[in-house]
Design a protein around this ligand. Structure first.
Ligand code: MN
Ligand code: MN
Length: 464
């Protein structure tokens, strides 16, 4: 081996670039793959925020968690959870340090972009029955045509009974579809800008094509669809006004690539951080700081509503913890540290123009620490402080976690936001951390297994 030159030595000492896990620690791939089998099962079981809450409750209950009771008293190591209206969840493992030294908050979201049924969805046109939809969150509408879709949701009947629907996930279930034009007749449609490739009011889902057998009926195809729903679920057209029904890709999570290094699935934004967060929460035994793991709803539409982070439900929960300990919630919050756990855009070599390579995250380089999100000069961003960055970086480095830093695309190429600013609003030091994702918000998003695994390891270290 030849001696290093002084320049090479200095280069090694002074410069920095993030290592590729596949080169640096390829032995992690077996462990990462094993961990990701559970992740894929979670994705398949949780296609909506409600289903993700149910899955999380199942996991937590199996690990000995009990529903949070603010009149009870808990010892270090005790484990509790709280469900907010079936659509968001908080889990805690009580720590050994007093609450005035702060809690460790890890917040991910479990809602994903999709097509929601309109309140009056069912209609018939030229003897085909359709559901009208209104898309939820940022989707590229043209991606939602001609793929198999499933229908998930709840209907609250007049008598108060809640019916849960899921059609299109089982092997023998029918699926649903948004149509698109054939290339032979799409000359005019091809002239549309891509964002209008399919327009919002064209995202109509085919639900049937045969008529109810009665010549006296005006809309027999619609009636047959309704009668099948009635037979199966006991619902009528009016019940759609008391429903939340979501149309999502019917596909299952799959390994991607000959080397099986990636996972392809719908809803990885942000169920990848939800799964890594909830498993890290579950696997935390006797933490120093009390943990507050939040799986939130409504992030994709601005965290609005009382199940989103714009609501005070997390604040109220921490208030309850503070009251139980006989301390002021403001003292708890001021001393707390939060990971806003959400995905970032992984560098896509097919579209280099929208990234700035030196400040992008890359697949297989570990979880990505995102100092700020936002758009147009960091607007709408939390912009974590140097002190917060330092704390989180040292937590990860002490635990040997592979991490990297990245912006959400090049300056003025676009932008986005997370729940970070809403937690920071409570006077909590907050920074974004998550998994780099390719084709984010599409019906089939890609993530690297080693990145998923290292995100889990980062969350575990955060809760030590
Ligand atoms: Mn997200
Ligand atoms: Mn998103």
């Amino acid at each position: 081996m030849s001696e290093k030159t002084r320049g090479q030595e200095l280069e090694e000492k002074l410069t920095w670039s993030f290592p590729h896990i596949g080169r640096d620690a390829v032995e992690q791939s077996l462990e990462a793959s094993g961990y990701c089998e559970g992740y894929k099962a979670f994705l398949n079981a949780g296609k909506t925020e409600r289903e993700c809450v149910k899955e999380a409750v199942k996991m937590l209950t199996a690990a000995g968690y009990v529903p949070f009771d603010r009149t009870a008293s808990y010892e270090p190591g005790s484990k509790v959870y709280y469900v907010n209206r079936g659509k968001s969840l908080i889990a805690t493992t009580f720590g050994t340090k007093p609450l005035t030294e702060g809690v460790r908050i890890n917040g991910a979201h479990i809602d994903s972009p999709r097509l929601d049924l309109k309140p009056n969805p069912l209609y018939e046109k030229e003897e085909i029955a359709f559901f009208k939809t209104h898309y939820y969150g940022g989707i590229r509408k043209y991606q939602w045509g001609t793929i198999p879709l499933a229908i998930h949701g709840v209907v609250v009947k007049k008598d108060g009974e809640t019916i849960e629907l899921s059609i299109g996930e089982k092997e023998n279930d029918p699926v649903f579809c948004v149509t698109d034009l054939l290339p032979h007749l799409s000359a005019k449609q091809n002239e549309r800008p891509l964002k209008d490739g399919l327009k919002g009011e064209e995202l109509n889902v085919v639900v049937g094509s045969l008529p109810f057998q009665d010549e006296k009926v005006k809309e027999p195809v619609k009636l047959l669809a309704l009668s099948i729903l009635h037979e199966r679920f006991g619902i009528t057209e009016k019940d759609f006004y008391r429903a939340e029904i979501e149309v999502v890709p019917a596909t299952k999570a799959r390994d991607v690539g000959l080397d099986r290094s990636l996972i392809g699935a719908y809803g990885q934004d942000d169920r990848v951080c939800a799964y890594t967060a909830i498993t890290a929460e579950r696997d935390t035994k006797l933490p120093s700081y009390t943990t507050v793991t939040v799986l939130a709803d409504k992030e994709e539409i601005g965290s609005e509503g009382n199940t989103g982070l714009n609501s005070d439900f997390v604040l109220h929960y921490i208030e309850d913890l503070a009251d139980m300990a006989g301390v002021k919630v403001r003292d708890v919050l001021r001393a707390s540290l939060c990971l806003s756990s959400d995905v970032n855009a992984a560098y896509d070599p097919n579209f280099p123009d929208v990234y700035e390579g030196r400040n992008s995250s890359y697949i297989n380089k570990g979880c990505v620490l995102t100092k700020y999100t936002g758009a147009r000069g960091k607007s709408g961003s939390n912009d974590a402080s140097a002190e917060t960055m330092a704390k989180v970086i040292s937590i990860m480095e002490e635990a040997g976690v592979y991490w990297q830093a990245g912006e959400l695309g090049a300056v003025d190429a676009g932008g986005g936001g997370t729940i970070a600013k809403l937690v920071a609003h409570m006077d909590v030091d907050t920074v974004d951390l998550g998994v780099p994702i390719l084709c984010m918000h599409s019906p089939f998003e890609l993530a690297s297994k080693m990145d998923v695994y290292n995100t889990y390891k980062a969350f575990q270290a955060f809760y030590k």
